[in-house]
Design a protein around this ligand. Structure first.
Ligand code: SDX
Length: 433
């Protein structure tokens, strides 16, 4: 019977070591006993980008990159997209189970009555230039919420954590909508507690917008749009240990309050390689302009001169299951708002890429960001709002992962080591005079 251990022979000393294998991993700390002398610090693992490092144990989200599987608490994302809602999924991520009807009524009521933000936040908003990037505004204002709820520092009090969870899930759309209205120079539209989560956000954002050829009257109350946006939110709710979630876990390990920790996660999400990719995809599609421009752009990508934003993923080496569902949302939104002609460029880009050896060899497939921006643009969001539309729904995922990290007895303050390649010790030159 094979043992769940790894036998390591250190050829520098001829010594062998046996380290246990647990859940397909070895503990990095077990390497420290491998030394060449008693003064030796011992072996460490070196893993830039954490390509092959498990930072935590989690029961929240499971992905299988080769099979294109994504499950929240065991439920396949495709089934949740079809049968559930964003608020139900937010509850699922945090509490671990889908809410019973009476539980959902209480949860939904709690969210609706925490959507308001302190009037003082408007002072911060007015301090930003009109053209400030809304993610810069969101990162700042969500951190500022910590100053209005100082009790949130009691991170080991489960009741305190729960009320902050309600507040963050409820207030992120309000902060986002206010950031948009500030940019447009339009008056803020306060939350309307009679509306569902997605419709309330659409109303706070677009109420009073002038109808146009692509904006039917009262589009912000379209049930089709609200359902499509709710599904998009649901698909973005969590994704195990991505860059922004790992960031909130690292910041949370210092026992920082959850608002400031969410702000750190949003800051990580802002980057164009992560949640900022949906914004970069739209800029890329607009630059390509038409299907005729696709071959030249693909040629530049293959020459290493450009990146195909919305393609590739650290985990998915097959089609991102979320991209498939998002593509179906696009058709429903286009029925209401008119077809975004850039979808033809995206479809042609996908067609060529999926046939081309360069992308096949590197297992580059469309990811969650490839089609989402087309929908956001069709609804009427400016490109700069796209990462904000990622941060809103990722908040319950970040928060659930933050809580799991904080309450995991295995975890402690995150403090990685390094390989020092700098100067050896040297004296400061004496400068007389
Ligand atoms: C998200 O982790 C998550 O879960 C994130 C996320 C979530 O829900 O939280 O799923 C959300 O962030 C999705 C990813 C959005 N980002 C983009 O669309 C930006 C474009 N994608 C790439 O930057 C890239 O694919 C990454 C960053 C997403 C992943 O890159 P990896 O795993 O670090 O792989 P790599 O950069 O080492 O690339 C391997 C090869 C390289 O070629 P070679 O050096 O071997 O010749 O593939 C190439 C890369 O140059 N490559 C690309 C490419 N992505 C990888 N070439 C062109 N275009 C791309 N998009």
């Amino acid at each position: 019977m094979s043992k769940d251990t790894l036998t390591i022979t250190d050829n520098r000393t001829g010594r062998t070591y046996e380290v246990p294998i647990e859940s397909g991993t070895v503990r990095a700390m077990d390497l420290r006993s491998i030394k060449v002398s008693d003064e030796d610090f011992g072996l460490m693992s070196y893993d830039p980008g954490y390509m092959n490092t498990a930072s935590c144990k989690s029961t929240i989200t499971f992905t299988d990159g080769d099979k294109g599987i994504l499950r929240y608490r065991g439920y396949p994302i495709e089934q949740l997209a079809q049968h559930s809602s964003f608020l139900e999924v937010a509850y699922l991520l945090y509490f671990g189970t889908l809410p019973e009807p009476d539980e959902f009524v209480r949860w939904d009521h709690g969210i609706r009555y925490h959507t308001m933000i302190h009037e003082g936040i408007k002072q911060f908003l007015n301090g930003f230039r009109y053209d400030a990037h809304p993610m810069g505004i969101l990162v700042s204002t969500v951190a500022a919420l910590a100053t209005f709820y100082p009790e949130s520092k009691k991170v080991f009090d489960a009741d305190v954590r729960r009320i902050q969870f309600y507040r963050l899930v409820a207030k992120m759309p309000t902060l986002a909508a206010f950031a948009y209205r500030h940019r447009m120079g339009m008056p803020y539209v306060y939350p309307d507690n009679s509306l569902g989560y997605a419709e309330n956000f659409l109303n706070m954002t677009f109420h009073g917008s002038e109808p146009s050829s692509t904006r039917p009257p009262d589009f912000e109350h379209s049930p089709v749009l609200a359902r499509a946006l709710d599904t998009l939110f649901l698909l973005h709710a969590d994704h195990e240990q991505n860059c922004s979630t790992s960031s909130i876990r690292m910041v949370g390990s210092a026992q920082t309050d959850p608002y400031t920790a969410v702000s750190a996660a949003a800051a990580a999400l802002y980057g164009p390689l992560h949640g900022g990719a949906n914004e970069a995809v739209l800029r890329m599609l607009k630059e390509i302009g038409s299907t005729a421009g696709v071959p030249e752009y693909v040629k530049q990508v293959k020459a290493g001169e450009r990146k195909l934003f919305g393609f590739g993923h650290r985990v998915y080496k097959s089609y991102d299951p979320r991209a498939r569902v998002i593509k179906t949302c696009a058709d429903k939104v286009f029925e209401v708002m008119g077809r975004n002609p850039l979808i033809d460029v995206a479809i042609e880009l996908e067609r060529i890429a999926l046939e081309d050896e360069y992308f096949i060899k590197r297992k580059l497939y469309p990811n969650v960001d490839f089609y989402s921006g087309l929908i956001y643009e069709a609804i009427g969001f400016p490109t700069e709002m796209f990462p904000v539309l990622f941060a809103i729904p990722r908040t319950p995922g970040w928060y659930s992962q933050w809580q799991e990290h904080l309450t995991d007895p295995d975890q402690k303050l995150a403090r990685p080591r390094q390989i020092y390649l700098g100067e050896t010790v040297r004296d400061v030159p004496r400068r007389d005079g």
